[in-house]
Design a protein around this ligand. Structure first.
Ligand code: SAM
Ligand code: SF4
Length: 365
């Protein structure tokens, strides 16, 4: 095994595999209300094709693989893919990011197939608000999913909360408290401008519709933001009132006690802390205000087989065509190396550039 590193000498050992662009929810920050036109079945990679990419990647030194989507659990027989990936030598961390809705049905089966752990997205503990953020979800289903994952031994379970001002930011302390009361590992994520997502009006029931604009900078709303000076974070001009920087989230949590730095599992974008006496940890993911590109260790494969060097850039390398003409594993390895070398030094939100071609659910987060 060689070990893969990019042009900037960052070790690349993590592959995120999106298995579908479909989803059973319509979270306001991720998917338009009307959904995205689903890819025809023959345009998405088969499990065998995904397995081949994972094998080639593992031979290059990828050791961590995460399945994502869309919602990965809406794709049929996912445990078959888990079983295939778990059997690949060199992949020692196999995980899944899910909204949790279908976990009560599948958690045991996934664990038995070789899944190690899950991250579950949960943005509110209030049923009505949860319904508005996800547009169609029911809080009880996600909570049942979390419990099923715990019972199946899919540890550690991490809860991802995307914080949005005026939407769920009043729950920051409640989520942080759960690290003490229930031992949960909670990660607070900054809301990211990506793709084209309609927000507020349809979602949370207030104000006008809002569209990510393509030109130059990103506007979440067509209304008054253009007259209001936008906040600057790391040079990124965020014209959205929903954005809450991690520094503010930390301040609000510190009212509960001092945050002690804590190391959970080495690399990854989150910085971890613990409140006094808490069993669970608190993670902060700040892609916008304090970006962590300098330690980025990942590549992403979309459901239709495009390898993305960076979440926040539209550059992609196609693997589906070579897979369908039965390219050798060596050729796949060369393409993976090419994508690795194409990783930019950092995202360019600061200069007003972001990925627009796909919404988050078409990439996988
Ligand atoms: N459906 C699964 C889920 O919700 O966990 C997996 C796919 S989802 C695209 C992966 C992660 O991206 C989720 O944790 C979600 O909260 C996060 N995400 C989606 N859109 C986002 C945005 N605009 N800003 C920040 N995080 C976002
Ligand atoms: Fe679906 Fe996950 Fe996007 Fe929500 S965040 S719409 S659950 S893909």
């Amino acid at each position: 095994m060689t070990g893969l590193s990019d042009f900037f000498n960052r070790p690349i050992n993590y592959l995120r595999l999106s298995v579908t662009d479909r989803c059973n929810l319509r979270c306001v920050y991720c998917m338009p209300l009307e959904g995205v036109a689903p890819l025809p079945h023959d345009e998405i990679l088969s499990y065998e094709e995904i397995g081949l990419v994972a094998r080639a990647a593992s031979e290059l030194g990828i050791s961590k693989v995460r399945l994502t989507g869309g919602e990965p659990l809406v794709r049929a027989h996912l445990s078959r893919l888990i079983g295939m990936l778990a059997g690949i030598e060199g992949i020692d961390d196999l995980s899944l990011t899910t909204n949790g809705v279908l976990l009560s049905r599948y958690a045991r089966e996934l664990k038995a197939a070789g899944l190690k752990r899950v991250n579950i997205s949960l943005d509110s503990l209030h049923p009505e608000r949860f319904g508005k953020i996800t547009r169609i979800g029911k809080l009880e289903h996600s909570l049942q999913g979390i419990e099923a994952a715990r019972a199946a031994g899919l540890h550690p379970i991490k809860i991802n909360m995307v914080v949005m001002r005026g939407v769920n930011d009043d729950e920051i302390a409640d989520f942080a408290r759960l690290t003490m009361e229930k031992g949960w590992h909670v990660r607070f994520i900054e809301f990211m401008p990506i793709g084209e997502v309609k927000s507020r009006e349809t979602a949370v029931g207030s104000r006008q519709s809002a569209v990510w604009s393509g030109e130059g900078d990103y506007r979440l709303s067509t209304m008054d933001y253009r007259q209001t000076p936008a906040p600057l974070y790391n040079g990124a001009r965020l014209q959205t009132e929903e954005f809450v920087p991690i520094s503010e989230i930390i301040e609000r949590i510190e009212s509960l006690g001092t945050l002690e730095p804590y190391s959970l599992d080495g690399n990854g974008p989150a910085r971890y802390f613990r409140l006094p006496q808490a069993k669970g940890t608190i993670g902060f993911i700040s892609p916008v205000s304090e970006h962590f590109c300098f330690r980025c260790n990942r590549l992403r494969l979309t459901a239709e087989g495009k390898l993305r060097p960076c979440l926040l850039s539209d550059e992609e390398i196609d693997l589906r065509e070579p897979l369908r003409r039965r390219a050798s594993v060596d050729e796949l390895k060369r393409l993976i190396e090419q994508a690795t070398q194409a990783k930019p030094e950092g995202h360019r939100l600061g200069s007003g550039t972001t990925a627009r071609k796909r919404t988050m659910c078409q990439i996988g987060g």
